[in-house]
Design a protein around this ligand. Structure first.
Ligand code: 3ON
Ligand code: FE
Length: 487
């Protein structure tokens, strides 16, 4: 263990920055193979496919992109059948990806600061968005969709990962429509006779912003849709659902588009979180009751873990940042000084809709991100939360561990891949016919800096102990979100 201490926190550093940096190299190869380096055993009753998405290219035509969130989407599929595991990865063949690979150079600006070569003049007034399809991937209604929140979904073939094309949800979306990268699946929708449905949203930001809610039935058809104006600029990456509500945290943002228009910065670099209360925006899913806005000090939230209704209150569990770092044009994301940034931390918010007041509680100071719960507990009271976490209990650091929290007993379990492992989002997969909420597995992709390759780690969710480590033949750049389907 590297025992250096930082000035900000007197916590032993559990990682080496050089190790962490190696997880952000492009993976150009597209592969398909049976995984044969396996430590432990793939559970025989783990059947299905884990899809995951994330930036695959960190450089184009010999030039680095400015931030990983600007990287072209590359989808991985891990298929589990009778104790065997198959890996496949493929780029989403977006128009921008194809054009840039053909030209062997950057042809589009990125939201997070990637610029075309040639300085500000080459970027001046180029306001096109490159739909990079890099944030999430879902399998719903027989469609595999790669998502990026500022544009339309791309449909892929679930077997080959070949790109079929942009998907307009049978004509519901228009060219240029957004469709967020954070759908939630209501496991038993009261509007659909208890069948599961997928709830997602789209945001049109502006001086006043517009949120559209889409609900898709199990066949993938949009069965409910309603739109709402929210005052002020809205950049909301995720939301939470309960049986009756969609819940958003709207941080107070200022957006100064000048540097973007002039070709000096990406649109996302022109956003700033103001030191004012966040609005909790509560949109009734029936589409007719009034929207409520309740202020609370919450900082900025990318991801919510879950929400539920209980005893006349609304509970929301979220990962909050006191401040967000600016992505400066002359800054290198690989040189990030983790210890100088505010960590993401788990908070619970309890909303009283009668009094329009909120109580909030910091659950744990540990830096964490990418929360998940059992799919049948989405929007319901739940017992277990799983989240990527830092190895150290305080301070900001890369994710090297998984944390399991038991809300009932307060007990925590930690599994750590430190000092040389770096984890991604965990996925919870329930065992077939399981009864206990933690009966199943957690799947996460770990970058191992020692081998400079990635490995899929399967943990028993009850004990948070690995049951199998599946070593890939190469690394996979740190990714964003994934989805498990039993198919
Ligand atoms: O002007 C607006 C501003 C804006 C930011 C309009 C807009 C819609 C174009 C826009 C675009 C937003 C986009 C495209 C956001 C994309 C976000 C993204 C790709 C990823 C977000 C990831 C969040 C987190 C917390 C990641 C954490 C990662 C780790 C802990 C390490 O791997
Ligand atoms: Fe996300």
């Amino acid at each position: 263990l590297n025992q250096e201490t930082s000035s900000a926190q007197t916590v032993p550093v559990s990682y080496n920055l050089n190790d962490w940096q190696k997880g952000y190299r492009s993976l150009r190869d597209e592969c398909a193979y049976w995984i044969d380096e396996i430590e432990g055993e793939v559970p025989i009753d783990l059947n299905g496919t884990l899809f995951r998405n994330g930036p695959g290219l960190l450089d184009i035509g010999g030039r680095r992109i400015h931030h990983p969130f600007d990287g072209d989407g590359m989808v991985c599929a891990f298929s589990f059948r009778n104790g065997r595991a198959h890996f496949r990865n493929r780029y989403v063949q977006t128009q921008g990806y194809l054009e840039e690979q053909q030209a062997e150079k950057i042809l589009y600006r990125g939201v997070f600061g990637t610029q075309k070569p040639g300085g500000w003049l080459a970027n001046f007034l180029d306001l096109r968005l490159k739909n990079i399809a890099n944030t999430n991937i879902i399998y719903w209604g027989d469609k595999l969709l790669a998502l990026w929140e500022a544009a339309e979904p791309h449909r892929l073939d679930p077997q080959t990962l070949e790109t079929i094309g942009i998907d307009y949800l049978d004509g519901v979306l228009q060219p240029g429509s957004a469709f967020a990268a954070h759908p939630r699946i209501d496991p038993a929708c009261q509007f659909d006779q208890g069948e599961p449905c997928l709830v997602n949203f789209a945001i049109k930001p502006g001086l006043s912003s517009r949120i559209t809610i889409y609900e898709l039935n199990a066949a993938g058809k949009v069965v409910r849709q309603h739109a709402h104006a929210v005052p002020g600029f809205a950049f909301m990456h995720d939301f939470a659902i309960t049986p009756n509500y969609c819940i958003f945290f709207q941080a107070p943002m200022s957006f100064n588009p000048m540097p973007y228009l002039l070709g000096l910065k990406g649109a996302g670099q022109c956003l700033q979180v103001r030191k004012q209360p966040t609005q909790i925006v509560i949109i009734p899913r029936n589409g007719t009751d009034p929207v409520q806005f309740i202020p609370v000090d919450a900082g900025f939230v990318f991801h919510h873990a879950n929400a539920f209704e209980q005893d006349g209150h609304l509970y929301i569990d979220s990962i909050c940042y006191a401040t967000l770092p600016d992505i400066e044009p002359d800054e290198d994301y690989l040189q990030v000084k983790f210890e100088t940034l505010d960590p993401g931390q788990l908070w619970r918010f309890q909303v009283n809709p009668q009094t329009q007041t909120v109580d909030r509680q910091l659950i744990d100071p540990r830096c964490c991100e990418f929360p998940v719960v059992h799919p049948s507990q989405v929007g319901r009271p739940y017992r277990y939360l799983y989240v990527g976490a830092a190895h150290a209990p305080v301070g900001n650091a890369p994710l090297q561990a998984l944390l399991k929290l038991d809300w009932q007993t307060g007990e925590q379990k930690l599994w750590s891949a430190a000092p040389r492992g770096f984890v991604g989002e965990p996925q919870f997969v329930a065992r077939h016919n399981s009864t206990a909420e933690d009966e199943g597995w957690l799947l996460t992709l770990v970058f191992n800096a020692e081998t400079e390759r990635s490995e899929l780690v399967i943990l028993d969710a009850r004990h948070l102990q690995p049951v199998a480590i599946l070593r890939l033949k190469h690394h996979v750049p740190y990714g964003l979100h994934g989805f498990f389907t039993p198919q």
